[in-house]
Design a protein. Structure first.
Length: 235
């Protein structure tokens, strides 16, 4: 039987960070209209692309520096994430951050932890009076959910056939990716969705828990054993 190589993808807002940065930005800077848009996304009556795009469209571009400073000070990296990335790198497990967040805060918050070429997120433009969101990773192929940053499309682009896909997330933006995963680490909204849809999942609160559980996954153990055996034979 062929050993399945692990492939790990991870959400950013509310997963790597303790809080949902987009929600906190809206609570602090947006007019009240943002709440109905957020509720539309959560109830799936609005697509993520439309809802999030319209939410940011409520914010004047002149607030760029103020918003950026706020989110960089407000965001807290979840416990164990740096150590988790070190573990991933040590064992050369493919790992990507696929985020529905915006480049102006995702990149600086992950600087020195995750290489930029392993981060997929949206682009916020401040060139006009109000913030405009560009979507460089929109839905492709069979996905037509208007995801914004389409996690299923990015997974199909990056993964190889028969890899053991591990998804880590927390929100509505992670549901479609969770359906593609062999194992999903879930909390909050995503945890409820995994339970309702009978997806293979484990709950988590921090990345120490995730690392421990990943080390116990049979497919990961087998792949690491084969990898280590191959490296030993080359010495």
């Amino acid at each position: 039987m062929t050993t399945r190589k692990p492939f790990v993808i991870c959400d950013f807002d509310g997963t790597i960070t303790m809080n949902d940065n987009i929600i906190n930005i809206m609570k602090t800077f947006a007019p009240p209209e943002w709440v109905a848009l957020k509720d539309g996304v959560l109830s799936k009556t609005l697509s993520i692309k439309e809802g999030v795009g319209r939410m940011f469209g409520l914010l004047p571009s002149r607030l760029k520096e103020e918003i950026t400073s706020f989110v960089l000070e407000d965001a807290k990296i979840r416990e164990g994430f740096r150590e988790f990335v070190a573990f991933i790198n040590e064992h050369e497990i493919p790992f990507y951050v696929i985020s529905g967040g915006m480049d102006f805060f995702v990149y600086p918050l992950l600087e020195g932890i995750v290489e930029k070429d392993r981060i997929y997120c949206n682009h916020a433009s401040f060139d006009n009076d109000y913030i405009h969101i560009d979507w460089p990773h929109s839905c492709k192929g069979t996905c037509s959910n208007q995801c914004g940053c389409c996690k299923p499309s990015v997974i199909h682009e990056l993964s190889e056939p028969n890899q053991y896909i591990i998804m880590i997330g927390d929100s509505v933006t992670d549901v479609e990716a969770a359906k593609l995963s062999d194992l999903c680490f879930a909390r909050d909204y995503l945890l409820n969705e995994c339970r309702e849809q009978n997806l293979n999942h484990l709950p988590y609160q921090n990345f120490y828990e995730i690392r421990k559980e990943i080390e116990n996954v049979k497919e990961v153990q087998e792949w690491l054993q084969n990898k280590n055996a191959g490296e030993s034979s080359l010495k």
